[in-house]
Design a protein around this ligand. Structure first.
Ligand code: UD1
Ligand code: MG
Length: 453
């Protein structure tokens, strides 16, 4: 069913998050490279929400800064008096708003857009909706249904009697309702319960008094994991990784050992690229079709073009742009460097703040010396240039197209002209018989000193 009308999400994020034992607010901890609350904001947006209000604690300035940067409005819940009280804190911000609202929790990063959308759709049919899932975990409120499948009420586990505690349909915390009615109901909530809190879960009871029925939308328990501790953070990360890996496999990405590959929320792996075991993707990576990332490589903020081969054991840092069919081999680090099509840096090299022309060959142990302790400088390596092994290119420096640098050189100063040979090696010296004479003299000295002892 297509739902018409403006949609708003109120995201509750004023909880203390004390069990994380962290200076960073709980909802700013990252899952797949994105803060937990960022996942929630993106999911509600994908469900058609155009306005977002985040309810924060007085000390939650960094949460407000982050949410505001994503276009959300923020309000402060002065004291944490319960989920119903938190939702009501959004009232002033939404004064005069006549559309539909969904309540989401800022610490549930795994809820899918489809689940928020289903709650809006069910709400449009019956007046109100909650999301529920199957679980026996005693930390969740129990959902008591009417004969017709609609909601009778939600009871918190600690307030429930023995029979109610047997129920395995649990409250997710997601609730959709018409905004103006919702805030009117919230204003009538009381805190007459075991925790002395204003429960969001009592809102459907108040709605019933106005003859508004509440649907129950069933969702998967895996979506409902809330993050309260480091182990739940790790569990949520694990679930998100499983999702990202299956999405990649479904998109025809080749992965020999998907469980060992770590992805970011924004990793772009084009169809028919191949990712070896134990590869880690930070944020901002694109791997184009036909490229291969071999085992134990680490990539962030970079692009790997068609047919390129990276690793094993390569490190691509921000600004690495690896051209078509280029090779970046073991123990090669690339930062802020464009490597041209077909160029090769196969062993033990650092390329930083550089440009490597198409087809150039960078020998083992080449280092671009890009930093003098104060400023960074650029290295230009022309197309088809050949850099001999163990060369130090002291930036700023240019090696023109087709030039040849002798192994073991330190190149600084003026450009090396096109197609020239340049090397800075010390001249070779040879002393015939020196080694034999040296060995003979030293072993004689040694046996003399042993006898003397
Ligand atoms: C709530 C539900 C419970 C449900 C469970 C699902 C109520 C009364 N209970 O319980 O039925 O099964 O979630 O996870 O709603 N928050 C505020 N301000 C407050 C209190 C909470 O912003 O004053 C925020 C928290 O930051 C969190 C969310 O609301 O994001 C849920 O709060 P929490 O204390 O975890 O609720 P539960 O007791 O788990
Ligand atoms: Mg909770």
């Amino acid at each position: 069913m297509v739902f018409q009308g403006e949609r708003v999400a109120v995201i509750l994020a004023a909880g203390m998050g004390t069990r994380m034992k962290s200076a960073l607010p709980k909802v700013l901890h990252k899952i797949a490279g994105k803060p937990i609350i960022g996942h929630v904001i993106d999911a509600v947006r994908a469900a058609g929400v155009d306005r977002i209000v985040v309810v924060t604690a007085p000390g939650g300035q960094s949460v407000r800064d982050y949410a505001a940067a994503l276009g959300a409005r923020c309000v402060v819940q002065e004291a944490q008096l319960g989920t119903g009280h938190a939702a009501a804190a959004a009232r002033t911000e939404l004064a005069g708003f006549d559309g539909h609202l969904v309540i989401a929790y800022g610490d549930m990063p795994l809820v899918r857009p489809e689940t928020f959308a289903a709650s809006f759709d069910a709400q449009a049919r019956t007046g109100m909706a909650i999301v529920a899932f199957q679980s026996t975990n005693p930390s969740y409120g129990r959902v008591i249904a009417e004969q017709d499948g609609r909601l009778a009420r939600i009871v918190e586990y600690r307030d429930a009697n023995a029979e109610e505690r047997q129920i395995t349909v649990c409250n997710a915390g997601i609730m959709a309702a018409p905004a103006s009615d919702f805030f009117r109901w919230c204003a009538h909530l009381t805190n007459n319960n075991s925790q002395g809190e204003y429960y969001l879960t009592d809102v459907p009871l108040l709605a019933r008094r106005d003859n508004v029925a509440c649907s129950i939308v069933m969702a998967d328990e895996a979506e409902m994991l809330g993050v309260n501790s480091r182990s739940e953070l790790a569990a949520a990360e694990g679930e998100m990784q499983r999702r990202l890996r299956s999405a990649a496999l479904a998109n025809a990405v080749g992965m020999q050992a998907p469980d060992t590959v770590f992805l970011s929320h924004d990793t772009v792996l084009e169809s028919d690229c191949t990712i070896g075991p134990y590869v880690v993707f930070g944020t901002g990576v694109t791997v184009k079709a036909g490229a291969e990332i071999r085992a134990f490589s680490h990539l962030e903020e970079c692009v790997v073009h068609e047919g390129a081969i990276i690793g094993p054991y390569a490190r691509l840092r921000p600004g690495a742009d690896i051209g078509r069919d280029a090779h970046i081999g073991n123990f090669v680090e690339v930062k802020a460097t464009k490597v041209g099509d077909g160029a090769k840096a196969n062993h033990l090299t650092y390329l930083g703040d550089a440009h490597v022309g198409a087809g150039a060959n960078i020998g083992a142990g080449t280092i671009t010396c890009n930093y003098d302790g104060f400023f960074k400088y650029r290295t230009e390596i022309g197309a088809g240039a050949f850099i001999g092994s163990n060369s130090a290119l002291v930036a700023p420096v240019t090696i023109e197209d087709g030039a040849y640098i002798g192994a073991g050189s330190t190149i600084s100063g003026a450009s090396v002209p096109k197609d020239a040979l340049c090397f800075t090696r010390a001249p070779r010296k040879e002393i015939e018989g020196w080694a034999l004479e040296f060995r003979t003299r030293k072993s004689a000295e040694k046996s003399a000193s042993k006898k003397g002892k």
